[in-house]
Design a protein around this ligand. Structure first.
Ligand code: CUA
Length: 330
């Protein structure tokens, strides 16, 4: 039975307990300190009030014990908050390898989501209970923030960036999804729900409706339609770098630096090709700014990610970070 006036949303993800514990610890410490300061303030104001016009208090030249204790005790409390908070922060920012990737695009004023198998949803996300789900979050216009209170996750959707949040739902049910960043007049209507289902029900849900095209297949089609394929060939005979096997590997740039070909780099290279040119190639690629949507970019990157190197196949079982082929949940 839930109380009539709940002080916190229910806990429905594997990290909810940890997040609440840190929060309550910090709230407890700061609350006790605040109460202690108020009590001391009133006590001292009354106890040491000026009693007569010529009242002169004794002069005190410090107290080592007092000064050490008001330095060391707060230091230990703050350090505990930092170490514990950092531990939870890292846990929240590192998705399990087997997490199911779901792409999230924020847009005034809706959430657009896509499953690794291609199903699209608006303002609704269906997920299986007990399975880690990794959200790759971006925005196509302004700042939004993907917030599911019951899962204790909140992550900004930033245009031009891919942010990650993950959760493992622990209970079936329907949970609120909010936008937690003021994004314009209809910000307050930018809400939705996350439906956590039994795995079998989720499979039934996936199978319902028309069979969608997976992001990898969609990306492959775009790669041809946008003529990427004429310059980026698998056999190094093209005018552009070979993309097979490039994903999450270091790339040497014309300036001598090295960058890792992650989602952010691939996105930048499609939108601003001249920004970081690969060593040995001419900056001849045109920009695709304004020609591809955020969903199409995600599909293109998912396709590039799926391209294994010609000689060495991608290691088996490597979890894709964007919705990819073969990531269908079982
Ligand atoms: Cu989107 Cu507020």
């Amino acid at each position: 039975m839930s109380p009539a006036f709940p002080l916190a949303p229910e806990r429905a993800s594997s990290v909810a307990g940890e997040v609440d514990a840190v929060f309550l610890f910090i709230l407890g410490v700061t609350g006790l300190v605040a109460v202690g300061i108020w009590i001391a303030l009133f006590y001292f104001a009354i106890r040491y009030r000026r009693r007569s016009a010529d009242d002169r208090p004794p002069v005190i030249h410090g107290s080592l014990l007092l000064e050490l204790s008001w330095t060391i005790i707060p230091f230990l409390l703050m350090s505990a908050m930092f170490v514990w908070g950092a531990k939870v922060f890292f846990h929240l920012n590192r998705a399990p390898d087997d997490a199911m990737p779901v792409s999230v695009v924020g847009k005034r004023w809706m959430w657009k989501l896509q499953h690794p198998t291609g199903q699209r949803e608006i303002n609704e996300l269906h997920v299986p209970v007990g399975r880690a789900v990794k959200l790759v979050i971006t925005s196509e216009d302004t700042l939004h923030s993907f917030f599911v209170p019951a899962f204790r996750i909140k992550k900004d959707a930033v245009p031009g960036r891919y942010n990650m949040a993950w959760f493992r739902a622990t209970k079936t049910g329907t949970y609120h999804l909010f936008c937690a960043e003021y994004c314009g007049t209809e910000h307050s209507k930018m809400v939705g729900r996350v439906v956590v289902m039994e795995p079998e029900q989720y499979q039934v849900w996936l199978a319902g409706g028309p069979t969608p095209e997976s992001p990898v297949l969609q990306g492959e089609r775009l790669f041809t339609d946008l003529n990427c394929v004429t310059c980026h060939r698998p056999d190094s005979a093209g005018r552009g770098p070979v993309l097979n096997g490039i994903f999450s590997r270091p790339v040497a740039l014309a300036g001598g630096e090295r960058v890792v070909a992650d989602q952010a780099y691939l996105r930048e290279s499609i939108m601003s090709p001249a920004a970081k040119v690969v060593a040995g190639y001419q900056p001849v690629m045109p920009t695709y700014q304004g020609q591809v949507s955020e969903e199409q970019l995600i599909a293109l990157i998912a396709y590039i990610e799926s391209l294994s190197a010609p000689s060495e196949p991608a290691p088996a079982g490597r979890a894709s970070s964007l919705p990819a082929k073969g990531a269908r949940s079982r």
